[in-house]
Design a protein around this ligand. Structure first.
Ligand code: FAD
Ligand code: UQ1
Length: 480
């Protein structure tokens, strides 16, 4: 149980004294012994006494940004250092100062996941998708390299896996979505066999490319699970890329390409669904609706599907290549917390992103119940809104700016074409460019493959990209 309470404000003089002490410690301690000493049990005990004595301990920071003796109170605490967490930490740093912001994130590497679609198709290197987490944590912001284990919003505090209790004034929850490969019988262990891959995780994305290269003849199967997913276009993007690859390598006539989806339609927005169905017909792809992958027999290269509308009715299909999009759900740590709705998603106001019950708690990205498609593009648009919401809440004013559900999905249809889907809560297209984006275009492929990664690392994560709304207005000037 979380026992922490909100500490009283630290007097300025005391704060300055601690700052001096911190600087002295930094300059007098050598790096290697410090790592060795602080990670020993005795040192942890020492750190604990130090923390108790000072109440708000000085963080001893290595150049990596990892905090060894974390403060136990932060004005703004961010849970998760993915797309939403880093972006919001950058924005909050500008609002309240780096020393008042902390991020809890266990992973050593931060990934730009949207490029994994191209990694799985061999068009980009996996190494290009990741950077050290330390390099994306905004400078001066404390990185607590740990995993959130429990949320206690009634006490304004959280507990970590290692037993740290950390309290906050404002909390931003950005924990993403959980991949549940284990809910499919035969997985994840089936990934140790060839012919199977998944663009959804760092450990399996290169297996997709291997399976594509190894393909000889037979069924190439692509799946879509019976749960919410992130980037709902990604499960079919890899199908179009695979088809293009088979054509380029002379294997197309030997490939039977099948998209087995739990859904009842190819895409949620009619304009783009119509365009995709045309491509599916032209390129002779088979789509089976209401088919949910429930088992993989990787040793026999067989996939078992259940009819979503007729539980118990199953079909076994043998494969020469299988791309799995796993079932997904809210992170377990959230499911058991008081901040979620019945389905386990962080329960926020769909226009302001403020929590419906806890006014000092906010949510962003895949872990929320915002009724829009879960993408990094949506996170970018949400970050601008949440920044504005929090600035008003911090001044005791009512949040005003309203999120319209903007999200975007660059539907990669070949190695040089993209349909750029952009839409809102009402599934109405909200296109940035003054041309028909439902047409496959080289320009949009280049935007997806080269411009977006640059924009992500250099602008979004630094808090300078709140989505393309301003660009849309500019490019449509005089058109309405
Ligand atoms: P994430 O970026 O996933 O971050 C969540 C963070 O929380 C992670 O760093 C994780 O380590 C951390 N975390 C989890 N549990 C804990 C815990 N207990 N304690 C502390 N930290 C924790 N989006 C697009 O806009 N365009 C695309 O073309 C696109 N294509 C995609 C293709 C693929 C194959 C995939 C996988 C995703 C794609 N996306 C795309 C989706 C996009 O990557 C996500 O929607 C986006 O990253 C969501 O950001 P987030 O901050 O909510 O979650
Ligand atoms: C976007 O803003 C974004 O976030 C950085 C993405 O994530 C990777 C996208 O894929 C897209 C398409 C957008 C929208 C940007 C423009 C210029 C239309």
């Amino acid at each position: 149980m979380c026992l922490c309470v909100l500490p009283s404000p630290v007097p300025r003089a005391l704060h300055l004294r601690r700052l001096k002490c911190r600087l002295k410690l930094r300059s007098s301690v050598k790096m290697t012994p410090l790592v060795a000493v602080v990670s020993s049990p005795h040192a942890r005990l020492f750190t604990c006494f130090f923390r108790l004595g000072a109440q708000q301990a000085s963080p001893l920071q290595l150049h990596t940004g990892t905090s060894l003796a974390a403060k136990n109170y932060h004005e703004v605490l961010v849970l998760g250092g993915g797309s939403g967490g880093i972006t919001m930490a950058s924005r909050m740093k500008k609002r309240v100062g780096a020393e008042n912001v902390a991020i809890i994130e266990p992973s050593e590497r931060h990934f730009y996941q949207p490029i994994w679609t191209l990694v799985g198709a061999g068009a980009k290197q996996l190494s290009s998708s990741g950077r050290p987490t330390a390099s994306v944590i905004p400078s001066g912001v404390e990185w607590i390299k740990d995993r959130v284990a429990e949320l206690s919003p009634d006490k304004n505090c959280i507990r970590t896996d290692t037993g740290k209790e950390i309290s906050y004034k404002y909390l931003i929850i950005a924990l993403g979505i959980q991949l549940d490969y284990g809910k499919i019988k035969g997985l994840p262990e089936g990934f140790s066999q060839p012919k199977i891959g998944s663009n959804y995780s760092v450990g399996t994305v290169e297996k997709t490319w291997r399976a594509l290269q190894d393909f000889k003849e037979g069924n190439a199967i692509f799946t879509f699970p019976n749960t919410p997913v992130k980037c709902a276009g990604a499960p079919q993007k890899i199908m179009y890329l695979s088809e293009d690859y088979f054509r380029k390598t002379g294997k197309r006539s030997k490939a039977n390409i099948i998209f087995n989806t739990s859904l009842g339609s190819i895409f949620g927005v009619k304009k783009y669904a119509d365009a995709l169905l045309e491509i599916i017909q032209e390129r002779n792809l088979t789509v089976n609706y209401k088919q949910n992958l429930i088992e993989v027999r990787a040793d026999k290269q067989e996939a078992v599907f259940e009819n979503v509308d007729k539980p118990g009715e199953t079909q076994v299909i043998s494969y020469e290549m299988l791309h799995v999009t796993p079932p997904m759900s809210a992170p377990d740590v959230l499911k058991k917390s008081p901040v979620v709705d019945d389905a386990g998603w962080v329960d926020v106001d769909k226009e302001t992103l403020q929590h419906k019950k806890y006014s000092n708690v906010f949510g962003i990205g895949d872990c929320t119940n915002l009724p829009t498609s879960k993408t990094a593009a949506a996170v970018a648009a949400q970050s601008g809104i949440l920044d504005r919401t929090m600035s008003l809440v911090m001044k005791n004013e009512a949040p005003m700016k309203k999120y319209d559900g903007y999200t975007s999905c660059p539907l990669v249809t070949s190695y040089n074409r993209v349909i750029l889907a952009e839409f809102d809560y009402n599934l109405q297209p909200m296109e940035t460019f003054p041309f028909d984006q439902s047409k496959q275009r080289l320009s949009m492929y280049l935007m997806k493959a080269d411009m977006m990664p640059f924009l992500y690392w250099n602008m979004m994560l630094r808090g300078y990209w709140g989505g393309p709304a301003f660009l849309r207005k500019l490019l449509h000037l005089g058109m309405s």
